[in-house]
Design a protein. Structure first.
Length: 249
């Protein structure tokens, strides 16, 4: 009995030491991965990197990690301009979180590739307004209009506020329309469900030069791509996905 008790105590101690060593190793690996990702993506701040699964050391021996979660607070994505104007060169994406699964890495840890990735992020309405807002568009003789605000319209719609000027005088208040937002490839599109009533008869294509807009979003981390988009209280929520996603290297 005494020998069994000693064996159990030794086993518990060794198990505890292994857990401690495993957690120390995973903490070091997370810090290293975050620094490498910051450098490779040219980020302004260090991202959050969390390596999932236990034990970590046995995953390392196998050369593949089950899952890594990456969080980037403010990511500056390339845009390539908009349909109406040159638009901003960059657009800020808030709270980008991605789950990378089946992450294989090289022997010297200089490169890492995830078999698949999914994630979420938000583009604030203020950022998206940069794509919608341009110089006032002339809709008819003496009539111009421009988008002056974007907000949550409820039920997955964007509320688009249009300000019009008629014969040099602005209408008393902006006219709003609800728009549907969608993703086509790497482009987020907003299309008005109905045309705004500006007090004059307008051709649909003319009115849509003001209400409808699009924003290209390119260069997301590791080559992940836009998947879905939906209007939300604080902005447009997007989901992303990808395969053979490069984390480092």
């Amino acid at each position: 009995m005494r020998a069994l008790r000693i064996l159990l105590i030794v086993t518990v101690i060794l198990g505890g030491l292994f857990v401690i060593a495993d957690r120390v190793a995973v903490g070091f690996a997370e810090d290293e991965a975050a620094d490498k990702l910051k450098t490779s993506e040219g980020l302004a701040s260090t991202p959050d990197v969390s390596i999932k699964g236990f034990p970590f050391l046995t995953q390392v021996v196998g050369g593949e990690l089950d899952e890594i979660e990456v969080g980037i607070q403010n990511y500056e994505a390339d845009t390539g301009g908009t349909a109406q104007n040159t638009g901003p060169d960059k657009i800020r994406i808030d709270d980008l979180t991605a789950q990378m699964r089946g992450v294989a890495f090289s022997g010297n840890y200089s490169s890492a590739t995830a078999a698949s990735a999914t994630g979420t992020a938000t583009i604030s309405y203020d950022e998206l307004l940069k794509a919608a807002k341009s110089e006032p568009v002339q809709l008819a003789s003496g009539v111009t209009a421009e988008v002056v605000g974007l907000s949550d319209g409820g039920n997955g719609k964007i509320k688009v506020e249009v300000e019009a000027t008629v014969l040099g005088a602005k209408l008393p208040q902006p006219v709003s329309v609800l728009s549907t937002v969608s993703v086509e490839g790497d482009v987020v599109r907003a299309r008005a469900d109905a045309l705004p009533n500006l007090g004059i008869q307008l051709a649909e294509d003319k009115a849509r030069t003001v209400t409808d807009f699009q924003q290209r979003i390119d260069g997301l981390p590791g080559g992940i791509k836009l998947d879905k988009v939906e209007a939300a209280p604080n902005g447009v929520d997007i989901t992303v996905k990808g395969s053979d996603v490069t984390l480092v290297g």
